[in-house]
Design a protein around this ligand. Structure first.
Ligand code: 13P
Length: 249
C-alpha cells in the first residue's frame, strides 16, 4: 500500500497564503508523487484555490468537515455535493476538534461518513482517546467505539481511510511513541478483520498527533501505520515536503 500523507491545515491560511503553500508543496514534492499519496485539506474558503494549483498533479484535495444533508436550511454548513463541486476527493470526518470543541457525537459522525460515501467522497474517519481516557485504561474501548460506530452501515467495498489521532498528542508536541501507536493500529486492524474479513488489509490507517520530520520515520516503520495526518508541520512547505520525502523512501 502506498503511504498517505495528509495535511490538515485546520483554520489557517487566507487564499493568497493557501495558494503559495500549495505551490511550494507541489513544486517540492512532484518527484515523490508516484510513491506517496498526498492529500491537502485546506479550509473551505481555499478549496477551489488549492484545487486550481494542484489541478492534475495527482495530489488529492480534502475538506475538513461536512454536513450529512445534501442541501437545506443549515446556516454556516457545507454539504457533500458542494465539496464535490469544489473539486474535493476526500473529507475529514470526526476530527477530535469537531468531537470535543463542537460536540459532534458518534451518531452525527456516522451520518456524515455515510453521506460522504453516498456523494463519492472518501471519508478520512478520525478516532482517538483523550489523555484522561488513556490514563483510565480506556484507549481500546474508545477507539473501538469510534471505529464501529463510524463504519456502521457501510459496505466492505466502500473506500475509507481511518486516522488514529490520540487527542493528547494533537498540537501538544507530545507524539505517541511508535509502540503506543503500533498497539492501537494493530487493534484497529484486528477489529477491521472482524468487520471486513475480505478487505481489512486494504483500509489505510493513518497516525496523527505532533508528526514531525524527526519522528515520522519510526512511526511509518511500524506495521499497520500506513501514513500520517499532519497538522502543524503541514503549514510550512519545508516541513511538510520533508515528511513526504521521508515517506517516499
Ligand atoms: P498536529 O500535527 O498539529 O499535532 O495536529 C494533528 C491533527 O490534528 C491532524 O488532524
Amino acid at each position: 500500500m502506498k503511504k498517505i500523507l495528509a495535511a490538515n491545515w485546520k483554520m489557517n491560511l487566507t487564499n493568497p497564503e493557501a495558494q503559495h503553500l500549495a505551490q511550494d508543496v507541489l513544486s517540492g514534492v512532484q518527484t515523490f508523487l508516484p510513491s506517496v499519496q498526498v492529500v491537502i485539506c485546506p479550509p473551505y474558503t481555499a478549496l477551489t484555490t488549492v484545487r486550481s494549483v494542484i489541478a492534475a498533479s495527482g495530489i488529492r484535495l480534502g475538506a475538513q468537515n461536512m454536513h450529512h444533508e445534501p442541501a437545506g436550511a443549515f446556516t454556516g454548513e457545507c454539504s457533500g455535493p458542494m465539496l464535490l463541486s469544489a473539486g474535493c476527493d476526500d473529507v475529514i470526518i470526526g476530527h477530535s476538534e469537531r468531537r470535543h470543541i463542537f460536540n459532534e457525537t458518534d451518531s452525527m459522525i456516522a451520518l456524515k461518513v455515510k453521506a460522504a460515501i453516498r456523494e463519492g467522497l472518501r471519508p478520512i474517519l478520525c478516532v482517538g482517546e483523550t489523555g484522561q481516557e488513556r490514563d483510565q485504561g480506556l484507549t481500546f474501548n474508545i477507539v473501538e467505539r469510534h471505529v464501529r460506530s463510524g463504519l456502521s452501515g457501510l459496505s466492505p467495498e466502500d473506500d475509507i481511510v481511518i486516522a488514529y489521532e490520540p487527542v493528547w498528542a494533537i498540537g501538544t508536541g507530545r507524539t505517541a511513541t511508535p509502540e503506543q501507536a503500533r498497539d492501537v493500529h494493530a487493534m484497529i486492524r484486528n477489529l477491521l478483520k472482524t468487520i471486513y474479513p475480505e478487505r481489512y488489509q486494504m483500509v489505510p490507517i493513518l497516525y496523527g498527533g505532533s508528526v514531525k520530520p524527526d519522528n515520522i520515520g519510526e512511526l511509518l516503520a511500524q506495521p499497520d501505520i500506513d501514513g500520517a495526518l499532519v497538522g502543524g508541520a503541514s503549514l510550512k512547505a519545508e516541513s511538510f515536503n520533508r515528511l513526504i520525502e521521508i515517506a517516499a523512501k
